[in-house]
Ligand binder design. Structure first.
Ligand code: HEC
Ligand code: HEC
Ligand code: HEC
Ligand code: HEC
Ligand code: HEC
Ligand code: HEC
Ligand code: HEC
Ligand code: HEC
Length: 488
């Protein structure tokens, strides 16, 4: 036990013994990394407090882990994971904060009154317990007036220390001088957490404290805290796939406790999420990446899937001209796909893997062209001609379209990418087709009918022209002929 942490271990061994039990058998404990080494704060850190002779902080950010794990931290910081907290302007966020969240002012007579010391508690409740537990909260200190003090107010420098010193007087503290964390934002281990020191993310999103067990991080349940459910059922998809079936059967033989866990050296029975997306393997010298985006060629998150050519900052390149596109893309989708194929090649032949990718690409392109782009065009035409209000989610067709791409369309695409036929079809394209033909189109027709009847015939005709053109395409002709386009 490191001498500096002796008192922490003894006292917390009585007050919160679980923490000590978890830490005691960890690699950190064996290598002399004690409580102080991680919880250490520097003079000037806004959340630091003197605790039995040591200056420490409760929140341990990637900046703290990065003092000893530089490579992992740099890769993680460049990943999409670290940026997952930037969802505040998204459509989903309008749903949770406005449509779901009540935002009623504090009312002492209501059956469930908000806490008077915390403002906004009603309005943010759905986001704090939902979205932010996966995506990450903007960690805040409690202000004396009950408000929040975040990195936006603190404006931290490279060292993570505040440059706006005016706010320091506003921080609420306990009697012994510990700054209080705002309970709307803490506890939180969301993957893109916006920390007080300006760093992004939380390593304990995957590395559970206090054993930081790599065994647990390697298992699908770990990713499954976030990657599941109606809009991104990756965990259920994996369980259905032959890979998941093999994993459940053989996991006891997979050496999950190995120090390094290299595919081909330590195991080869089955791939887990970590195997395909992060871990080292026989074809890449056993190198782990903490940026899972390094092996992904499509993003299936938006309404229409896009090829993931990204620039030096990890932003999507949208340039259409192929030559210019190549020049702008620091990391091409093709390269990323090659990185993933190398993993597959440990267990499958190139022809087999290329065949899989052909099936996957054809599926994505079919979804994009037959339903994704057409749905997007119809909704956009209605907006352009003001047949929809400016407010999102106040009209049925907006929910219809959201279900189509955000739930069913994603499920289909995710199922296809990871070998789960039921998600690709019955939970996927079947529902996409039903939603498109039986709801989206009839609802669009209904809206234009009402518009025409109420003196907006031009706008209605313009929208109908878009829908008519789409339905006249060969792939939608089955409605008239009862045949597929190439059926001869
Ligand atoms: C004499 C007992 C004692 C010692 C020594 C001690 N702690 Fe604590 N610590 C506590 C108690 C009790 C709490 C609960 C909060 C409170 O009452 O202050 C606490 C709170 C904390 C918190 C804040 C938790 C939160 O929810 O914000 C952290 C972090 C922490 N201790 C870490 C440490 C570290 C690291 C050391 C060694 C430098 C240490 N403690 C030494 C008793 C102790
Ligand atoms: C490898 C780094 C690391 C070490 C070593 C470590 N901690 Fe922590 N600790 C964390 C992280 C990470 C969190 C979660 C906070 C976060 O998400 O930032 C945490 C949270 C805590 C909390 C508050 C959370 C809770 O569940 O109450 C306490 C108290 C705490 N640690 C005490 C200790 C004590 C005592 C030790 C020594 C036995 C210790 N820690 C060793 C990284 C560490
Ligand atoms: C003071 C330095 C230090 C800090 C801070 C630190 N670690 Fe470590 N960590 C180590 C050392 C040393 C090892 C053992 C390396 C080895 O055996 O090769 C280690 C090992 C690990 C391992 C592998 C564990 C295993 O059993 O193989 C993980 C995962 C890890 N650290 C995560 C973290 C995370 C997450 C944080 C921040 C919450 C953190 N570390 C903070 C020094 C540190
Ligand atoms: C159970 C965890 C979880 C919850 C709760 C959750 N998300 Fe997500 N969200 C994810 C995951 C995982 C992804 C990435 C899925 C993928 O890559 O297929 C994602 C993707 C997104 C994206 C797409 C990002 C992009 O790069 O295109 C947005 C926007 C988003 N979520 C916003 C929200 C909002 C707002 C809420 C609350 C209303 C929310 N999410 C709730 C886990 C969650
Ligand atoms: C998305 C989940 C995830 C996040 C977030 C994550 N890790 Fe990891 N990490 C893993 C997995 C999975 C492994 C095990 C890979 C293996 O052994 O094949 C791992 C392994 C490690 C190791 C051991 C590396 C080795 O060479 O054996 C360290 C150290 C580590 N992580 C540190 C960090 C730090 C620091 C952060 C935050 C900056 C972090 N991790 C964030 C999933 C994650
Ligand atoms: C705490 C929640 C959480 C955990 C745990 C988590 N993820 Fe994620 N993951 C997300 C969110 C949220 C996104 C979407 C980020 C965005 O687009 O803004 C995401 C995105 C991804 C992506 C797409 C990356 C890209 O660049 O396109 C991959 C691949 C991924 N995660 C794999 C994993 C794997 C593998 C694990 C487990 C080892 C894991 N994730 C654990 C929340 C999580
Ligand atoms: C056999 C390897 C393999 C396994 C196992 C695997 N994946 Fe994937 N995953 C893929 C491939 C291939 C893609 C598509 C890559 C592309 O588009 O180029 C993908 C795509 C993804 C994406 C991107 C989704 C988007 O919206 O763009 C996420 C997130 C993801 N996987 C998470 C997971 C999680 C979580 C698990 C475990 C529950 C898992 N994967 C298991 C191979 C795998
Ligand atoms: C660790 C070894 C391993 C890795 C890595 C791996 N697979 Fe597999 N794969 C298997 C096993 C085992 C099966 C199941 C064979 C069976 O049950 O007949 C399988 C089955 C498949 C199937 C057939 C699915 C079905 O339902 O019949 C496809 C397609 C496939 N893998 C593609 C891939 C792709 C693409 C990758 C890389 C992204 C990959 N695999 C990575 C071991 C692996």
């Amino acid at each position: 036990m490191p001498a500096t942490s002796k008192s922490c271990v003894e006292c917390h061994g009585k007050s919160s013994p679980g923490i000590i039990d978890h830490w005691k058998f960890s690699t950190h404990a064996r290598k002399g990394v004690g409580c102080v080494e991680c919880h250490l704060a520097q003079k000037g850190d806004v959340d630091g407090f003197t605790h039995y002779g040591h200056l420490i902080a409760t929140v341990v950010t990637p900046k703290d882990c990065g003092r000893c794990h530089e490579k992992e931290t740099t890769e993680f910081t460049h990943s999409h994971h670290a940026k997952a907290g930037n969802i505040l302007a998204s459509l989903d966020n309008f749903l949770t904060e406005t449509v779901e969240g009540s935002r009623t002012p504090f009312n002492p007579h209501s059956p469930t009154p908000g806490r008077p010391d915390i403002h906004e508690v009603n309005g943010m409740a759905s986001a704090a317990v939902g979205c932010q537990q996966c995506h990450g909260s903007k960690v805040a200190l409690l202000a004396k007036d009950g408000g929040k003090i975040t990195l936006d107010d603190l404006k931290p420098n490279d060292k993570g220390q505040p440059t706006n010193l005016d706010v320091l007087d506003r921080i609420a503290k306990t009697e012994d001088g510990r700054p209080k964390l705002h309970a709307d934002t803490w506890p939180n281990t969301g993957i893109g957490r916006l920390n007080l020191d300006g760093s992004l993310g939380s390593c304990s999103a995957c590395h559970s404290r206090h054993d930081f067990s790599p065994r647990r991080a390697r298992q699908p349940e770990n990713c499954g805290k976030c990657h599941l459910g109606p809009d991104h059922p990756q965990k259920e998809i994996y369980e259905e796939s032959k890979h998941g079936v093999a994993f459940r059967d053989l996991k006891d033989h997979m050496n999950l406790n190995a120090k390094d866990w290299v595919l081909g050296k330590d195991y080869s029975q089955a791939p887990t999420c970590a195997t395909c997306h992060m871990s080292g393997h026989s074809k890449n010298g056993g190198t782990i990446t903490h940026d899972p985006g390094q092996r992904i060629s499509w993003t299936n998150r938006p309404p229409v899937s896009a090829v993931l050519d990204t620039d030096k900052d990890g932003k999507l390149v949208t340039e259409a001209d192929p030559a210019k596109r190549r020049a702008l893309a620091t990391f091409s989708a093709e390269e990323k796909r090659t990185n993933m194929k190398q993993v597959c090649h440990h267990c499958h032949t190139p022809d087999y893997v290329n065949g899989f990718y052909k099936q996957y690409d054809d599926f994505i392109v079919n979804y994009n062209e037959k339903f994704g782009k057409p749905g997007q065009a119809i909704v956009a035409a209605m907006r352009k001609h003001e047949l929809l209000t400016k407010t999102e989610f106040d009209e049925e067709i907006e929910w219809t379209w959201f279900y189509l791409w955000h739930h069913e369309g994603r499920r289909a695409r995710h199922g296809a990418s990871m070998m789960a036929p039921d998600y690709a079809h019955w939970h996927g394209m079947f529902e996409v087709a039903e939603r498109f033909y039986m709801q989206l189109i009839p609802q669009a027709r209904e809206i234009t009918k009402h518009a025409a009847e109420s003196g907006r015939a031009d706008q209605a005709a313009a929208v109908n022209a878009v829908t008519d053109e789409i339905l006249a395409r060969p792939e939608h002709k089955w409605q008239e002929t009862g045949k597929k386009p190439d059926a001869k």
